[in-house]
Structure formats: structure tokens, C-alpha cells
Design a protein around this ligand. Structure first.
Ligand SMILES: Cc1cc2nc3c(=O)[nH]c(=O)nc-3n(C[C@H](O)[C@H](O)[C@H](O)COP(=O)(O)OP(=O)(O)OC[C@H]3O[C@@H](n4cnc5c(N)ncnc54)[C@H](O)[C@@H]3O)c2cc1C
Ligand SMILES: NC(=O)c1ccc[n+]([C@@H]2O[C@H](COP(=O)([O-])OP(=O)(O)OC[C@H]3O[C@@H](n4cnc5c(N)ncnc54)[C@H](OP(=O)(O)O)[C@@H]3O)[C@@H](O)[C@H]2O)c1
Length: 247
């Protein structure tokens, strides 16, 4: 059983009514970019724990998490009230296989996420490995509203560092916002709109595709990609699609 360690909240940024970033000082074990740990609070005498992907990269301090409050959600709504200096339980050892070790070689790495599902991608993108292994990286984030699009400075710093090798595209589904795609990822793949917008095509030989976040988006996108001949990546039968479902 992995140990719980006590972390100290350094900062809790309230981006919107239900979107937050939590920075925590905690002595966690080294992890691999893309993995998650568990966060927990003792609520009414019970330890309530849930998995959260690291947004920060391995070895970076403080550790950082990006979260939504789920409607009626027990832990996420309690985390909202945390202030600098408060304690939070953190699992010392990280878990998960949504890492580049599990992704076969390719030329283009597509990272498609909904909402806070962008977190593990930031953790990976701020390490050297994806840039050593792939020629082009396309990061796609799908959200309901423009107010959900955060971490613009981080995106700018990746663009500054990697130039045309890095491409970012946002989908905003419930508002019409300039320079974003209005709609959903699977439909935009089926209709060719994502590729034409990014200026790069999905290819069985070149593309590796990582999907993270809303399980309905993951399921529908896998379907859209299967229709194009892509398959899930398994250890015995490598394919092109690697997934992480948030619920
Ligand atoms: C591997 C993994 C990594 C995760 N990383 C993150 C992360 O980095 N950021 C993050 O915000 N969440 C993340 N989650 C989801 C997180 O673990 C919790 O489920 C979420 O915060 C809700 O917990 P809760 O106790 O507030 O709600 P609960 O009382 O557990 O759940 C309420 C309901 O809300 C829905 N739900 C759960 N999570 C979400 C979500 N993120 N968005 C929308 N609806 C949801 C589900 O239908 C669930 O039954 C991750 C989940 C997994 C499995
Ligand atoms: N964001 C908010 O304003 C808000 C407000 C209150 C509560 N919450 C809660 O916060 C949590 C996370 O919010 P969220 O904004 O990330 O919600 P979300 O429902 O995961 O939406 C994120 C993006 O995924 C899209 N999506 C949903 N189903 C899809 C599918 N099958 N295929 C492809 N794309 C799909 C959504 O498009 P569509 O818009 O077309 O569905 C949206 O663009 C939820 O629990 C929600 O109840 C959010």
C-alpha cells in the first residue's frame, strides 16, 4: 500500500466558479510525466481520496494540479476551500500508464483532451522526451467556454521554445470564439476539420494519438479514429491510440 504523506497547500487559484489550480508542497516520490497520484481530505471522519494527474513535470516543485468541481462531487468541492497553509493528503507514489513509455514511435504526437484533461499533457510537454522522440506535437483542448482555457503563458512558452514543431488548437463548444473550433473533437476528426485547421493529417505510419478526460469524448474519438483504420495501443499489439479516462 502506497503511503499517504502530508502536503501543504501553497496556492489555490480560483480561475472560475468551478475551475481551480492547486499548488502543493509535498515530498512525493519521483514519477513519470503523465502519471497521477491521489489527493485526499478527511471529511466527517472519513478519508476521501480521488486520483489527479500531475500537471507539473517530474522533479518540479511545487507539485501542481488542475481540477474542476464535479457537480455534487465530494472531494473536489471540499478542495475548493483550501487555503495557503492548509494540509492535504498526497499519495507518495504515483500511478498510471498514460506515459510516453507506453506510446510507440511516430513522427507526430497528437494530444487531445477535454477540460482539465490537458494536465498530463503539460507534464509531458515540459520534459525533453516528447521533443526528442517526435518531430511535431499537436496539443488540442476541448472546453465548453472560453473561460475554461487557462495556462496561456505555458502554451506561449512552449510555442517560443519549439516554434512550428508545436501546434495548439482549442475547441470551444458552447460559445463562438475566434481562432478556436466550434464543436467537438470526434466530429471534427470525422469531417476533416481538425486536420485542415492544424495543417497536419492523421497517418497510420506517422501519428501517435493520446486522449484524456471526458470518457464520452474518449469513446467517440476512438470510434472516429477506428473508422480511419487506427487502433488502440496495447503492449502485445501496438497501435496508435493511448487513452486515460477521468471518470
Ligand atoms: C487517472 C485519473 C486522473 C484524474 N485527474 C484529474 C485531474 O487532473 N483533474 C480533475 O479535475 N479531475 C481528475 N480526475 C477526476 C477526479 O479523480 C475526481 O473524480 C473528480 O475530481 C470528482 O471527484 P469528487 O469527489 O468531487 O466527485 P465524486 O463524488 O467522486 O463524483 C461525482 C461525479 O462527477 C463526475 N466526474 C468525475 N470527475 C469529473 C471531472 N473531472 N469532470 C467532470 N465530471 C467528473 C462523475 O460522473 C462522478 O460520478 C481524474 C480521474 C482519474 C481516474
Ligand atoms: N464548464 C462549466 O461551465 C461547468 C459548470 C458547472 C459544472 N461543471 C462540471 O464540471 C465538470 C467538468 O466540466 P467540463 O466543462 O470539462 O465538462 P465536459 O462535459 O467534460 O465538457 C468538456 C468538453 O468536452 C465536450 N464533450 C462532451 N461530451 C463529448 C463527447 N461525447 N464527444 C466529444 N466531446 C464531448 C464538451 O462539449 P459539449 O459542450 O458539446 O458537451 C466540451 O467541449 C463536469 O462535472 C461539469 O458537470 C462545469
Amino acid at each position: 500500500m502506497a503511503q499517504w504523506i502530508e502536503g501543504t497547500v501553497l496556492e489555490n487559484s480560483h480561475w472560475t466558479e468551478n475551475l481551480f489550480t492547486l499548488k502543493i508542497d509535498a515530498d512525493v516520490d519521483m514519477f513519470t510525466a503523465g502519471q497521477f497520484t491521489s489527493l485526499a481530505l478527511d471529511i466527517d471522519g472519513e478519508r476521501i481520496a480521488r486520483p489527479y494527474s500531475f500537471l507539473s513535470s517530474p522533479g518540479k516543485k511545487p507539485i501542481e494540479f488542475f481540477f474542476y468541481t464535479a457537480t455534487g462531487g465530494v472531494l473536489s468541492n471540499a478542495m475548493v476551500d483550501l487555503k495557503a497553509g492548509d494540509n492535504i493528503w498526497v499519495k507518495q507514489k504515483a500511478n498510471g500508464f498514460f506515459t510516453l513509455n507506453e506510446v510507440p514511435q511516430g513522427k507526430d504526437l497528437w494530444m487531445l483532451g477535454t477540460g482539465t484533461g490537458i494536465a498530463p499533457f503539460f507534464s509531458i510537454l515540459n520534459t525533453e522526451e516528447p521533443w526528442n522522440r517526435f518531430e511535431n506535437i499537436i496539443l488540442v483542448q476541448a472546453v465548453r467556454g472560453e473561460c475554461d482555457l487557462r495556462y496561456q503563458e505555458l502554451l506561449q512558452s512552449l510555442a517560443d521554445q519549439y516554434g512550428s514543431r508545436f501546434h495548439y488548437k482549442a475547441f470551444v463548444s458552447r460559445e463562438e470564439i475566434q481562432d478556436t473550433i466550434h464543436g467537438r473533437i470526434p466530429q471534427a476528426i470525422a469531417q476533416g476539420q481538425l486536420e485542415s485547421n492544424v495543417g497536419n493529417e492523421f497517418s497510420l505510419e506517422r501519428s501517435q494519438i493520446m486522449l484524456c478526460g471526458n470518457p464520452d469524448m474518449v469513446k467517440d474519438t476512438v470510434e472516429a479514429l477506428k473508422n480511419r483504420g487506427f487502433s488502440k495501443n496495447r503492449r502485445r499489439t501496438p497501435g496508435q491510440i493511448t487513452v486515460e479516462n477521468y471518470w
